[in-house]
Design a protein. Sequence first.
Length: 115
Amino acid sequence: RPVVVCGDLNIAHTEDDIWNPKGNAKNSGFLPHERAWFTDLLNEGWVDAFRTTVGEGEKIYSWWSNRGQARAKNRGWRIDYFLLNKPAAAAMVDCTIVRQGGIDVSDHAPVVLDL
């Protein structure tokens, strides 16, 4: 049966998921053991819906600090995820992060999964 796990995991998994990987290398959310844990999840068969849809190399974020105009400068992190098991991944049509079209009422952008 399809299983979907979603939420703010507070981990930027790869260098594509964070605007300044070198500057954040020692910060919580981008530490080696956190990233390794996430890699282990994927190796167990979970699918990162957004990264599967968009592919590697795309720096699209879901969270920005409220300081220093981070959102306006697109200095963010992708820390909000949909993780899918194989049956759910087979039903996936699209996964997007919505940045346009409204007032920025949160430091996170909605992540939308279409099954």
